[in-house]
Design a protein around this ligand. Structure first.
Ligand code: AMP
Length: 114
């Protein structure tokens, strides 16, 4: 989608530190990391948020989690653990309206959910 920064990263027309890319999913480092490891995992196709997800997206979203697991392994986070976050809409603080999984790890996190 025109003017979507994550679509530009997926297509290679905007720079990013890409860790994984296949036909369905791209994973790259967040530019403002909140922990030693902070990776964003996005579907290559533009889905604005969880609000726009449909049953036909289920294989893609399952794959998103498989890639999250692979990236967590690559980043040596599996043993100590990590957090996956999907912000949806204003109250959650979503600022980029291209669905993404935040993969955050490398430090002990507070158990806050709000
Ligand atoms: P969210 O609040 O869930 O929409 O998070 C969007 C995330 O995208 C933030 O953590 C930003 O730091 C990150 N971000 C925005 N632009 C870029 C970019 N060009 N490359 C990498 N990460 C980005």
């Amino acid at each position: 989608m025109k003017d979507c920064i994550f679509c530009k990263i997926v297509s290679g027309s905007a720079p990013a530190q890409v860790l994984f890319r296949d036909a369905q999913v791209t994973a790259f480092r967040d530019i403002h990391p909140v922990a030693p490891t902070h990776v964003l995992i996005v579907p290559n196709q533009h889905i604005s948020s969880v609000n726009e997800v449909t049953p036909s997206d289920e294989p893609l979203l399952g794959h998103l989690f498989t890639v999250a697991r692979q990236v967590a392994e690559q980043e040596n986070l599996t043993a100590e653990g990590y957090r996956l976050i999907v912000n949806t809409g204003r109250n959650a603080g979503q600022v980029v309206f291209h669905l993404h999984l935040h993969l955050i790890g490398g430090q002990r996190m507070r158990h806050s959910m709000g």
